[in-house]
Design a protein around this ligand. Structure first.
Ligand code: NAD
Ligand code: NAI
Ligand code: ISE
Length: 342
């Protein structure tokens, strides 16, 4: 069966995902698109030469019986409403991170899905599909290096625009580390503290950049995560796991090696589009493959989305306080089939 997609939000990543469904992946087709700006949706249909219907609203997409699943790629605060409506309509949903920008919003989604009695939602935590992260997890789990003790993460973007605010460093950016480190270690967070280094002159006015987040897990692993979104030189994602008997880290992504004019260099990727291109392909192909055979999605679940936002809210709270903030994930709401930490 071909999975017929409706897309809600045709901005940067919405167009990326449409392109991959149409041109690179198998088993999916985009049949309807909408955006809060209908001009943006119309432009997307024309620019990508889609054989898809322009819908006036998400409701029109969700009521359309020829749509099997939706991709939600609007901005974060709009996700909750779209996902809840999609669940109510019985449609499968691939939603970009964050699942929702509030903890209560995530809980409403987890509960709505549980009431449906089956998984419908997959969250776009694509790092779980990235080959280097997958290898890193396998190496840690092999036990060859002993127990993990410390993790050092770096998340750098070349630049952001004036709409990016200090709290977005958590819910837009750090949220990837919050999800992937929990998945790598199979461990939950207990507390977080934020440090503000001197702010770069390249930051838009009012934005704290860079920021350092120190997190501790239940087993005592200490994670130091730097978010620096105006680093100027490119898109740089690093993760080093220090274990009892060795250190395992992400290698530089595939790139050429240049020896020139007395230098030995490697180009740095400029954007998430390139760095995680294969991972975005893999996460969506996995979603399509499951939906096509009527199976529940098996990627990051609404519960994973809830945990990431819940920990994210603790990080935002720590941004405003000069002290450690305790993190307590509400686990009693976990309903077997929704939990996915693996
Ligand atoms: P964007 O601003 O380029 O696009 C967002 C689009 O959503 C815009 O076209 C906007 O008009 C539309 N939109 C906003 N509210 C809407 C609503 N209520 N209904 C319909 N359309 C609406 O943003 P983007 O960079 O594409 O990011 C979109 C989402 O993707 C965000 O949640 C972001 O966190 C996520 N994202 C994830 C990654 C990743 O690496 N996984 C990378 C980029 C973006
Ligand atoms: P964007 O701003 O380029 O696009 C968002 C689009 O959604 C805009 O066209 C906007 O008009 C539309 N939109 C907003 N609210 C809407 C609504 N209620 N209904 C319909 N359309 C709506 O943003 P971008 O960068 O594409 O990000 C979108 C989402 O993707 C965000 O959640 C972001 O966090 C996520 N994202 C994820 C990435 C990843 O690596 N997984 C990378 C980039 C973005
Ligand atoms: C964006 O939304 C993403 O998800 C990217 O992966 C991240 O690097 C960037 O900071 C976010 O704004």
């Amino acid at each position: 069966m071909t999975v017929r997609f409706g897309v809600i939000g045709t901005g940067a990543i919405g167009q990326e995902h449409i392109r991959r469904v149409e041109k690179r992946l198998s088993g999916g087709k985009v049949v309807a698109v909408t955006d809060i700006s209908l001009d943006a949706a119309r432009h997307c249909i024309e620019a990508l030469e889609l054989d898809a219907q322009l819908c006036d609203s998400e409701d029109e997409i969700l009521q359309d019986s020829s749509v099997d699943a939706v991709i939600v790629t609007s901005w974060g605060p709009a996700h909750e409403g779209s996902v809840l409506k999609a669940i109510a309509a019985g449609k499968y949903v691939f939603v970009e991170k964050p699942l929702a920008t509030t903890v209560d919003g995530c809980l409403r989604i987890v509960e709505a899905e549980a009431r449906m009695g089956k998984r419908l939602v997959q969250v776009g935590f694509m790092r779980r599909y990235d080959a280097s992260y997958v290898t890193l997890k396998r190496e840690i789990e092999s036990g060859r290096y002993g127990a993990p003790l410390m993790v050092r993460c770096v998340h750098r973007n070349a630049c952001v625009d004036h709409r990016y605010t200090t709290d977005m460093a958590v819910l837009d950016t750090l949220i990837h580390e919050l999800d992937v480190t929990r998945w790598l270690l199979g461990d939950d967070y207990t507390c977080v503290q934020v440090l503000y280094p001197k702010t770069t002159r390249h930051a838009p006015s009012g934005l704290q950049d860079p920021q350092i987040f120190n997190l501790v897990t239940q087993s005592g692993v200490v994670i130091t995560a730097e978010v620096f979104v105006n680093c100027q030189y490119g898109y740089d994602i690093q993760c080093e796991v220090v274990c009892e008997d060795g250190v395992v880290s992400l290698a530089s992504p595939q790139a050429v090696d240049i020896r020139h004019a007395g230098l030995h260099a490697q180009p740095v990727m400029q954007d998430w589009r390139f760095r995680f291109s294969d991972a975005y392909d893999a996460e969506l192909q996995d979603f399509i493959d499951h939906v096509a055979r009527g199976a529940e999605p098996s990627g990051p679940s609404s519960f994973d989305g809830y945990v990431a936002t819940m920990v994210g809210q603790a990080c935002v709270s720590a941004q405003g306080r000069d002290e450690w903030v305790t993190i307590s994930v509400q686990k009693d709401l976990t309903i077997g089939f929704i939990r996915n930490n693996g």
